[in-house]
Design a protein around this ligand. Structure first.
Ligand SMILES: Nc1ncnc2c1ncn2[C@@H]1O[C@H](COP(=O)(O)OP(=O)(O)OP(=O)(O)O)[C@@H](O)[C@H]1O
Length: 490
């Protein structure tokens, strides 16, 4: 691993002399300068004399806890990174330490290979911070800058992004579809010391179940039919950087166990390989689902939830931060115009803005983006009028007051053009599957019509992702040609 070449000055705090010697020897062998302390008091005395690159502390110390030391460092605004060592099975302590800003944690009995790898990760870029990577093309603006919005909620999201970027702690980004979860994940990566390394984004719901293991962990040549050469998986590709696991709630239970193991062991074994390779990957995951409810329903492993949910960033739906609408529209219009080579960028008329602020955006910022794309393409002037927006009249609510959330539209009732649900009196269907398909088809077509054939918005109004919507439309042979063109890019 390339980080193992960075050396630093390390303070190790533990009251067990044998362990202290073990850690010390291991660090000296790696070329680090090491000092040791057996209590919070001793450690603080050493810290008063000099700066360290890293402090490794046991959680339980005779005169306090590792957390005490961390809080003292935080209060004194010291730059030292902290790794805490917790007793086996005390995950709460580890989580508490990560939340308090620890770089990472190790569990007793400490595996020395892991120990070296975590230390290397902590010291990796201390000496020479890498400037944030500037992705090429249309993404050239940093993700944090693209996270537009002056609402308190968005301000909080940006503060959290900058705060959590410093550590290794796993982050779970929660929010409805299209709210900007991936943008938040990218921003965390770009602000972090890992920004010079890879950001690998994976949509967990889009990979066929039988390919998950090979895609995530890679495989060795000959591991299965068709494996003609060694291939790295997402984890290896993200080594040193950040792995973004989008739609984590869609991961099947069997794969959840394997993922948990890799996260706990910090090592990955490609399919067909005999040994594991140590890994240094920061995990950011995202979901539109309520994962706690998924755990309660037995669809998501509690231990994995616990691991991933160390720090949670909630991205609110657009309808709950309509104060951001003007700024987001402006940013999106500038981006759309720039990508299309149009100048100056089109503006929204006052009426168009008022109309947008009365819409509840089931597909959130992505829906707004699609809507503006279409409006720019359709409008013949530099000013986009309300009529260019193609907003369905039926979904416009009351004008919002002071950024209050708008109420959602009523749940769709049973479609009138679907087979009748006259359950008491009518005959039972002779083919239940076909009957239910008809009901589903009618509902989907109705939602699509209501949303001007915008699949994202129609799907969101029914609690479905775009992918699920596409799948259902394909299964039920609902084609775009049937009912008019779709309103969004493929
Ligand atoms: N605050 C914002 N300001 C400007 N643009 C934004 C903002 N939030 C999101 N966007 C844009 O909206 C689009 C959707 O964002 P993103 O893909 O991050 O959402 P998501 O929540 O990950 O969606 P999904 O759940 O469908 O994966 C992107 O083009 C993104 O750049």
């Amino acid at each position: 691993m390339n980080e193992s070449h960075s050396t630093g000055r390390v303070l190790v705090v533990d009251d067990e002399p044998d362990l202290l010697t073990l850690y010390e020897l291991s660090l000296l062998r790696e070329g680090h300068e090491v000092e040791t302390a057996a209590s919070v008091g001793e450690a603080w005395a050493l810290l008063a004399q000099r700066r360290f690159s890293l402090v490794i502390t046991d959680m339980r110390l005779p005169d306090g806890s590792g957390m005490t030391l961390m809080h003292k460092l935080e209060e004194a605004r010291r730059p030292e990174k902290v790794i805490v060592i917790t007793a086996y099975g005390s995950a709460e302590n580890a989580v508490e330490a990560l939340k308090a800003g620890a770089f990472d944690y190790l569990t007793k009995p400490v595996d020395l290979r892991q120990f070296r790898s975590v230390v290397a990760a902590a010291l990796g870029r201390v000496a020479t911070p890498v400037p944030p990577a500037q992705p090429a093309g249309p993404l050239s603006q940093s993700a944090l800058a693209r996270l537009v919005g002056r609402s308190a909620a968005m301000g909080e999201v940006r503060v959290l992004v900058e705060k959590v970027a410093r550590s290794m702690a796993p982050v779970l980004v929660q929010g409805e579809s299209g709210t900007g979860k991936e943008l938040v994940a990218r921003a965390i990566h770009e602000v972090s010391p890992r920004s010079g390394q890879a950001f690998v984004a994976v949509n967990c719901g889009a990979i066929p179940e039988h390919l998950l293991e090979a895609e995530f962990f890679g495989y060795r040549k000959g591991a299965f039919t068709g494996a003609q050469e060694d291939r790295a998986g997402f984890f290896q590709a993200a080594h040193g950087g950040t792995l973004f696991l989008d739609e984590i709630g869609d991961l099947p239970l069997a794969m959840q166990s394997k993922l948990l193991r890799v996260i706990q062991e910090r090592a990955v074994r490609p399919v067909g390989a005999v040994s594991e390779t140590p890994l240094n990957v920061r995990i950011v995951s995202a979901t539109h689902k309520d994962l706690a409810a998924e755990v309660a329903a037995g669809r998501f492993r509690q231990d994995l939830f616990y691991r991933l949910n160390v720090i949670r960033i909630a991205v609110p739906p657009l309808r709950e931060r309509l104060q951001d609408l003007d700024d987001i529209c402006q940013a999106l219009l500038e981006r759309i115009a720039r990508d299309a080579g149009v100048w100056p960028s089109p503006q929204l008329s006052a009426e168009a803005r008022a109309r947008l602020s009365r819409y509840h955006f089931p597909g959130n910022v992505r829906e707004l983006e699609n809507l503006l794309h279409r409006a720019v393409a359709l409008s013949t002037h530099e000013v986009i009028e309300a009529g260019d927006l193609g907003l369905p009249e039926t979904l416009l609510g009351e004008p919002h007051v002071d950024g209050e959330a708008l109420s959602l539209p009523a749940r769709p009732s049973v479609p009138t053009d679907a087979p009748s649900d006259d359950s008491e009196a009518g005959p039972l269907p002779t083919d239940l599957a076909a009957y239910l398909d008809e009901v589903e088809r009618a509902i989907l077509v109705r939602a699509l019509r209501q949303h001007g054939f915008n699949r994202t918005a129609a799907g969101a109004s029914l609690g479905l992702s775009l992918r699920q919507m596409r799948y259902r439309m394909a299964r039920l042979a609902i084609t775009e040609g049937d009912d008019g063109p779709t309103a969004e890019a493929p």
